[in-house]
Design a protein around this ligand. Structure first.
Ligand SMILES: Nc1ncnc2c1ncn2[C@@H]1O[C@H](COP(=O)(O)OP(=O)(O)OP(=O)(O)O)[C@@H](O)[C@H]1O
Ligand SMILES: [Mg+2]
Length: 236
């Protein structure tokens, strides 16, 4: 029978950590592989960030990311939410993969990969979520079968109610920014696949679209400057 991950406390989960994907510190959470009885899951724990940041911002970031994963339960593009052991941490399904920038000796059919990546990104847009941090390549993972998995939905933007035209307009801009991330990755890994249909950031309603994309990054930077110690900032 598969494990019921909801029965474990945060301390128990952390005791079963076998790999650290990302060491917390500054404004960053701990991201670690958890293994229990041969099953694997990934814990993202905001309490790994600096104390003040974790206390004040950690619950907001955790709530944002778990909300996005709940809205995307029907999608294969992102991990499944498995458990929320407390307000600063959540557990998600593990996907054997590498960051797209760290593929070594893996032969990838880039045409198939980018077709599927676009399909998956459009799929989450249909479900009302723009990822909004895909231009950071560490958030696109590649499985051994050459399939994309999208992680780190903390900066997501949702479509909002039908009557909310401003939110809809912004949502469409953020969707375009997601699509421009594909162009960016193509230019880096398979420039021969870039076509005229690909979305370029300059084409996204001029400055407003890119300004919208930066909001999440701003929040993170400002909170980091205000709430973390200089020593940790230098390390981060
Ligand atoms: N569900 C998952 N399955 C496999 N690996 C994962 C999963 N979630 C995260 N990772 C690994 O952990 C890394 C960091 O995760 P994530 O991007 O969510 O955290 P982060 O705090 O934003 O880190 P970074 O700033 O490095 O992007 C990912 O790039 C990936 O290598
Ligand atoms: Mg990330």
């Amino acid at each position: 029978m598969p494990i019921d991950w909801t029965q474990y406390s945060l301390a128990e989960l952390r005791r079963h950590s076998t790999t650290v994907f990302r060491q917390g510190g500054g404004s960053r959470p701990d991201v670690m592989l958890i293994e229990i009885n041969g099953e694997k899951a990934v814990l993202k724990d905001q309490s790994g960030a600096d104390r003040v940041f974790a206390a004040l911002i950690g619950p907001i970031l955790n709530w944002r990311e778990t909300s996005a994963l709940r809205k995307l339960t029907a999608s294969d593009a992102v991990p499944n939410l498995l458990a929320v052991p407390n307000k600063r941490a959540f557990l998600m399904s593990y996907h054997e993969s590498r960051q797209i920038t760290k593929l070594v000796d893996q032969a990838i059919d880039w045409k198939d990969f980018f077709d599927l990546l676009e399909k998956r990104i459009r799929e989450i847009h249909k479900l009302g979520i723009a990822h909004n941090d895909l231009r950071n390549p560490t958030n696109t993972l590649v499985t051994p079968q050459g399939q994309p998995v999208l992680v780190d939905l903390v900066a997501y933007f949702s479509r909002g109610a039908r009557w909310n035209f401003v939110k809809h307009w912004l949502f469409n801009k953020f969707c375009q920014v997601d699509l421009s991330a594909i162009t960016k990755m193509k230019m880096r890994f398979a420039p021969e696949l870039v076509t005229e249909q690909d979305v370029h950031p300059e084409a996204i309603a001029g400055r407003s679209g890119m300004a919208a994309r930066s909001v999440g990054q701003w929040i993170r930077k400002i909170s980091k400057s205000l709430l973390t110690s200089r020593k940790t900032r230098e390390k981060d």
